[in-house]
Structure formats: structure tokens, C-alpha cells
Design a protein around this ligand. Structure first.
Ligand SMILES: *Cc1c(COP(=O)(O)O)cnc(C)c1O
Length: 385
């Protein structure tokens, strides 16, 4: 028997959009007039408070990769020694950018399923090379691993006090705590189509006082974080911003501000816990062995089942969208299930139900309902309705 379903997104970007604010995406306005500038500044202020910084970020009209590039171009010079933590696809993207922009790149490649080894990192940091900057993700979305950011920052400050810490927190913001000022992070970047459920269009970057002083001498124009920040401190963006997204984002950030970061982090932790319990009850394995991200869960499907076929089947039959793998090893078998942003406990139960429907279709043996029961048990224990 079949049903008519509505589309449900469980991919790690774009994430589901809160329905109550969708109408705002149709609003247009002139970005140089006072009312819009106030909205723009309110977004910057809310982002600063969510990330525990007294500095407001610059908003850019790019996807996440655009602001990654802006960070590399704005904060490095050719031949600067930089260290990149390349634990998966997004770390490799920083590596690629650093190479393209002629940095002298050193790579630390954690074992993809093991996460970041602080001792191995410390060995590099106490070696002969003095680094101008360290580039890393907070969540490596391809592996589903969340690096111990505060501990990394502490080691970097201790052994390489002049090294800039550049963090791609795109898939981590609101799922995990981030204390930009407290941890001494120099550049933190995010994007509104991850935690905030906006359509792709808007990214943002914070710069510390130190990063503001270390502006690159490279020629650059659109992706100039320093120029953008200077302009935004006295008004709004240099060029036409993603106007409708900014207007809708303000409503989302008002909401998230009222919820507060402590609760947001707890919510994500509970959904991740429920998801992990379901995976275990279904006899499947998590890809990450430790340092699990609370934003998404990466699952290893039993061979010879391919994630691509599994995703295609669920999209075609019940409009559920998971994502396939992105790492080089075993990626054809990795299914990525995002619970970042506007995903509630009922949504997660739907995701696990879809997972069970897919397993049944592909002939995987499991006890029907076991995944859902395990997830619901965690939810009922942890949620006060
Ligand atoms: C999604 C994501 C990006 C940005 O990807 P875009 O497709 O350019 O938006 C960058 N880093 C991480 C960790 C991500 O999850």
C-alpha cells in the first residue's frame, strides 16, 4: 500500500525550513533604507550572541564554500605556512583552497572514523614549523565527527601563540556550543542553510581583533572579509545582500535567541542520542567511532547495499531525503541522516520509520519497529512534551 507524502529533508544542508517563517522569503525591500539596515544589524547581533562573541560577523551572499574561500583569501598571504586538519571532504576543501592560493600547506589527516587525536596534533604543533594559521572544521560533515574544538584551541594557543585559528563551524552552529571569544577563535564561519533552515544564499564570518589586524595583502574584491566587516560596522553590506533571506533569518534568530544556546545544544544532543539508539537496535553501525556530531548521524549500510540506491528509493517512494556518503573510504555505503536545525522529535521518528522501510525493501534483516522503539524510548525519557 502506498501513501501521499510531503517532502522531508534529513540531509545536512539545506536543512528543513521553519514553516511559520516561510512567507518572509517572499518579502523584498530596498537594502539601503533604515528598516532593512536595522534587520541586518539585528541578525549580526543575534549571531554574535549565539556564538558567544562580542564581535558581530560579516554577512556574505555566498554558499558555505564562498565564505571558506573568503577566509583563506583574506587571512593568508602566498607562501604562508598553514596547517589544515583534513579529516574528510570539508577539511580537504580547505586543503584545496590553501593549495590554490599558494599557501605552504601542512596536512594533519585524522583517521576518518576515529576523529582528532590531540596528541598527534600536539606533535605537529611542537615541531619546527611555525604556522601562520590553522584551518579546521568544527563538524566534519562527511564523517559525522565533531572535533574537540576547545581543546584544539587551547593546544594551539599554548604551542603556537601567533597562529590564527580559522574554524568552519557551518554544520556545527546551534548543534554544539561554540565560544568564539572564550576559546580565542580568530575566524569562525557559518551558513544560514545549515542550522537556521534558510534557503542557500547567506553565509557569515566572525573575525577576532587579531584577525582584523592580519589582513592579507592579496588582491581581492568581493570576498574581502576585512572590507566587508568595516562597511557592515557602519551600515550594511558593500553589495546587495540576500535580502529576503536576511528578513526571514531575523525571525528565525529571534526565535533561537529566545530558546537560548544551552537548550539548543541539549535538543541536538537528545536527537543524536535517539538516533544512535535506533541504529544500534537495528543492528547497524555508526560510521564515527567517537567524537560524534550532534548535528548528523552517519550510518554504515550493510554491504552490498549502496547509499545512493537507498536514498533514491526513499525519495521516490515516501519523499524522505537522506544524503549519501562523501568520504573516500567506504563512502558508497554511508548514509547521512541530519538532525540539525528545525528537526523535532516527531521528525526524527519519521526518519527512523523511513530507514526501516528502506531496510525492508532492500532485504536487510532486522526486527521491524526496533529502531523506532529505541528512538521513542530516548525521546520519551528526555522530552517534557
Ligand atoms: C555544508 C558545508 C560547507 C559548505 O558547503 P556549500 O555547499 O558551499 O554550502 C562547508 N563546510 C561544512 C563543514 C559543511 O557542512
Amino acid at each position: 500500500m502506498t501513501f501521499s507524502y510531503q517532502r522531508r529533508l534529513f540531509c545536512p544542508g539545506p536543512t528543513p525550513m521553519p514553516t511559520a517563517n516561510r512567507h518572509l522569503l517572499t518579502v523584498s525591500d530596498y537594502h539601503r533604507q533604515d528598516e532593512f539596515v536595522a534587520t541586518f544589524q539585528a541578525c549580526r547581533q543575534h549571531l554574535a550572541s549565539l556564538c558567544h562573541s562580542k564581535h558581530y560577523p560579516a554577512l556574505l551572499t555566498t554558499s558555505g564554500t564562498g565564505v571558506m574561500e573568503a577566509a583563506v583569501v583574506s587571512l593568508t598571504n602566498p607562501h604562508d605556512k598553514v596547517l589544515v586538519i583534513a579529516g574528510g571532504k570539508f577539511g580537504q576543501r580547505f586543503q584545496k583552497l590553501a593549495d590554490i592560493y599558494n599557501c605552504d600547506t601542512t596536512i594533519y589527516k585524522p583517521q576518518p572514523r576515529e576523529g582528532l587525536d590531540l596528541t598527534a596534533l600536539e606533535t605537529i604543533l611542537t615541531g619546527q614549523d611555525k604556522f601562520h594559521a590553522l584551518f579546521l572544521q568544527a563538524n566534519e560533515t562527511s564523517t559525522g565527527i565533531h572535533y574537540p574544538l576547545a581543546a584544539v584551541a587551547e593546544r594551539v594557543h599554548k604551542h603556537q601563540p601567533d597562529c590564527l585559528l580559522v574554524v568552519d563551524a557551518i554544520s556545527s552552529i546551534i548543534a554544539h556550543e561554540i565560544r568564539i571569544d572564550g576559546w580565542g577563535l580568530d575566524c569562525v564561519i557559518g551558513a544560514a542553510h545549515k542550522g537556521f533552515g534558510m534557503p542557500p544564499s547567506l553565509s557569515y564570518a566572525f573575525l577576532s581583533e587579531r584577525a582584523k589586524r592580519k589582513s592579507s595583502t592579496r588582491p581581492r574584491f568581493y570576498l574581502d572579509l576585512h572590507a566587508e566587516l568595516r562597511q557592515q560596522e557602519s551600515g550594511n553590506s558593500r553589495f546587495t545582500p540576500a535580502i529576503s533571506t536576511v528578513i526571514a533569518l531575523k525571525a528565525v534568530l529571534d526565535d533561537l535567541h529566545n530558546i537560548g544556546t544551552t537548550t539548543l545544544v541539549k535538543r541536538h544532543a537528545l536527537l543524536a542520542k535517539a538516533c544512535h539508539a535506533a541504529i544500534k537496535a537495528l543492528g547497524l553501525q555508526l560510521y564515527a567511532l567517537r567524537q560524534h556530531s550532534a548535528a548528523l548521524t552517519n550510518i554504515i549500510l550493510p554491504p552490498p547495499l549502496k547509499a545512493q540506491d537507498f536514498c533514491a528509493y526513499l525519495r521516490a517512494t515516501c519523499q524522505v531525503q537522506f544524503a549519501g556518503g562523501q568520504t573516500s573510504d567506504a563512502s558508497t555505503q554511508i548514509l547521512r541522516l541530519s538532525h540539525l536545525g528545525y528537526v523535532d522529535p516527531f521528525d526524527l521518528v519519521a526518519a527512523i520509520t523511513a530507514l526501516e522501510l528502506g531496510l525492508k525493501h532492500f532485504g536487510v534483516r532486522f526486527q521491524a519497529g526496533a529502531g523506532v522503539a529505541a528512538a521513542v524510548a530516548v525521546i520519551v525519557a528526555g522530552v517534557d512534551a
